[in-house]
Design a protein around this ligand. Structure first.
Ligand SMILES: [Zn+2]
Ligand SMILES: [Zn+2]
Length: 187
């Protein structure tokens, strides 16, 4: 049986709870136009009380396979993702005053969410985590050549007849730097 809504009351009553869900998600729900298709999304979380009163901690994994559009050549490519996430929920009403005093936001507090309702749908949590896991500029390959600036040909698949000798020189220099970086990373 799937438990797909995190209930803070259950955690108070029975201790830490695990939840599992698999959902189908529509691309328009994700609000990222780079996503062409997305398969079934699975989410597994453990939820427990946090250190502060009213605070809950959620530790989880979201996994999916999608087709993203490359930001350089505009071709779709498969993207498999499995992201681990850690969230802390605090009640909204009590937090607002405290937040104003909290001028310094530590790295830890970036994973903080504020709740009004004492139940959190797993599906909504999964959608937020998918949005966070999609790269800002998806690339089919780090070395994707993109489109020819003159004729629009996809240079990863074909060579066009445009005269790009000047940009070729620049590109070669850039490629030299890239290859060097890749070598360093491998060492
Ligand atoms: Zn590409
Ligand atoms: Zn061209």
């Amino acid at each position: 049986m799937q438990k797909t809504i995190i209930q803070f009351d259950d955690i108070d009553k029975y201790g830490p709870q695990s939840y599992h869900g698999s959902f189908s998600v529509e691309t328009h729900e994700l609000g990222r136009e780079e996503i062409e298709n997305i398969g079934e999304v699975t989410v597994d979380v453990e939820a427990s009380q946090g250190d502060l009163p009213g605070e809950y901690v959620v530790e989880g994994i979201v996994a999916y396979i999608a087709d993203l559009r490359c930001s350089r050549c505009v071709e779709p490519f498969p993207f498999a993702n499995r992201s681990h996430f850690h969230l802390r929920y605090r009640p909204r009403a009590e937090s607002s005053a405290a937040e104003i005093q909290d001028v310094e936001i530590s790295q830890e507090e970036l994973d903080m969410e504020f709740y009004d309702e004492r139940s959190i749908p797993l599906r909504q949590m999964a959608i937020e985590q998918i949005q966070l896991s999609i790269p800002m500029k998806p690339l089919c390959d780090d070395g994707c050549l993109g489109l020819c600036p003159r004729c629009g040909a996809n240079l990863a698949r074909e060579q066009c007849a445009c005269d790009t000798s000047i940009t070729d020189d620049r590109w070669n220099a850039l490629r030299g730097i890239r290859e060097e970086l890749a070598r360093k990373r491998e060492q």
